[in-house]
Design a protein around this ligand. Structure first.
Ligand SMILES: O=C([O-])[C@@H](O)[C@@H](O)[C@H](O)[C@@H](O)C(=O)[O-]
Ligand SMILES: [Mg+2]
Length: 423
């Protein structure tokens, strides 16, 4: 193997893909979701790839990072981290706050993650090994994901394209029908409902309907901190026999710590433990039991492994968070999830809501709700150039540069306040 290989070019291509009219605590998804596709070219003609956030502030961060990565060997991950830690500026406050993916305080971690995964893809190609082997090897041959349900409208405001096949998802019956369709298509063996949209009583009724329709299947509810502490405490007894974990019902670590005193349910989060500083605070306050990892903002695949060790050390459970994403991210999630022994829950993924992708073959396949860990070198996926050009063209024309679920919701309901917690 030639140890003198260097990164000679960095390409960043923003793409936009159709996304459903999915409701959440902030408002509603816009018709187009954004991602950035990263390509690192080497002196020996290889191309390492990755996918990350594609909003304008993140594109600016990636542009800043570029110069610091050029000239590195794909094996110099620590040097890359050191350089990026010393060079990424903070950006404006985010417009979208449900997840730290858009929080400027995570910019360095997000940039490190973006380049780390593409460099690992290159390493894998060079040593002829899948990324999971570079992380110590697989402890499972496939990675289980959960059916990620959303309350939703039947179509987008202004109908920018034909409505999707999922239909409306508001009533308990419609939510059960959505779960049946998703499980029928993908075989998932656990279910998550994105809540924080309607009165807690309605969301609890939906969970109970799911519990009756799928006896024995692990269920989760995630109101994204849109319930007050009092509402979260009041809803807990009805959810006691139904949920495997209660994800971010109320705001703040102190809120979650107080809630913990009133419920037997394990509490989970991707909102209040998003960095090692918050991890330490959580250990002190004994608030949250399960941390949802996400390599995109935790600083990469190796940082996710470190987080897993910390969870093991402190007796915390580990699960995995997701935003709207394409197949390259799904493969990166699958490699790291396969390398983490204590990943004790099925991972979240928005992938079933995406009907477009840029990977060769069109779609990543699920079997019984799980993705097989690829044995091919690197990430094990390649870019379909025509598909990427189409999604880049959609980016150029979609008019969205920063996710704004609140503004989108105001198109349906101009009086929508967006104030949280709303219930
Ligand atoms: O995309 C959404 O609507 C989700 O609410 C997402 O933004 C959250 O970050 C996420 O899925 C979560 O688990 O909190
Ligand atoms: Mg969540």
């Amino acid at each position: 193997m030639n140890r003198d290989v260097r990164i000679t070019q960095v390409r960043i291509t923003p793409v936009a893909f159709r996304d459903g009219p999915l409701l959440n605590a902030a408002g509603i998804h816009e018709p187009w979701a954004l991602r950035a596709i990263l390509e690192l070219e080497t002196s020996d003609g290889r191309v390492g790839i990755n996918e990350t956030y594609g909003d304008a502030p993140m594109l600016a961060v990636l542009e800043q990072a570029k110069a610091h990565v050029l000239g590195l060997s794909p094996f110099e991950l620590n040097r890359m981290e050191e350089r990026l830690r010393g060079s990424i500026r903070r950006e404006d406050a985010p417009a979208y706050t449900l997840a730290p993916g858009s929080d400027p305080s995570r910019n360095t971690a997000k940039a490190i993650s973006a380049f780390e995964v593409a460099m690992l893809d290159l390493q894998g190609q060079m040593v002829n090994a899948p990324v999971v082997d570079l992380l110590g090897g697989a402890v499972r041959s496939s990675v289980a994901y959960s059916a990620y349900l959303f309350f939703k409208y039947a179509e987008h405001h202004g109908k920018p394209y034909e409505p999707d096949a999922w239909g409306e998802g508001i009533s308990p019956e419609q939510i059960v029908a959505q779960a049946k369709r998703m499980i029928g298509l993908y075989g998932f063996q656990s279910i998550k409902l994105k809540g924080g949209v309607f009165e807690p009583a309605h969301e609890v009724a939906c969970m109970q309907a799911l519990h009756e329709a799928f006896p024995g299947l692990p269920l989760r509810l995630d109101p994204n901190a849109n319930w007050s502490l009092a509402s979260s405490i009041a809803a807990a007894p009805a959810l006691d026999q139904v949920l495997e974990y209660y994800e971010d019902p109320c705001p703040g670590l102190d809120g979650m710590a107080e809630l913990k005193k009133h419920t037997r349910l394990p509490l989970a989060t991707n909102m209040v433990v998003t960095s090692m500083a918050e991890f330490r605070a959580n250990v002190q306050k004994q608030a949250v039991d399960v941390v949802l990892s996400d390599h995109h903002y935790w600083g990469g695949l190796r940082a996710t492994q470190q987080l897993a060790r910390m969870c093991e050390l402190w007796g915390l459970g580990l699960s995995m968070h997701s935003n709207s994403h394409l197949g390259i991210s799904l493969m990166a999630m699958t490699h790291v999830a396969a390398a983490v022994p204590n990943l004790s829950y099925a991972c979240d993924t928005h992938y079933p809501w995406q009907d477009e992708d840029i990977v060769v073959g069109g779609r990543i396949a699920f079997s019984e709700g799980a993705v097989r860990v690829p044995a091919k070198p690197g990430l094990g996926v390649e870019i379909d150039r025509n598909a990427m050009a189409k999604l880049h063209d959609q980016y150029l024309h979609c008019g969205i540069r920063k996710r704004d679920d609140l503004a989108q919701m105001r198109k349906y309901d101009p009086s929508f306040s967006g104030k949280t917690p709303r219930f």
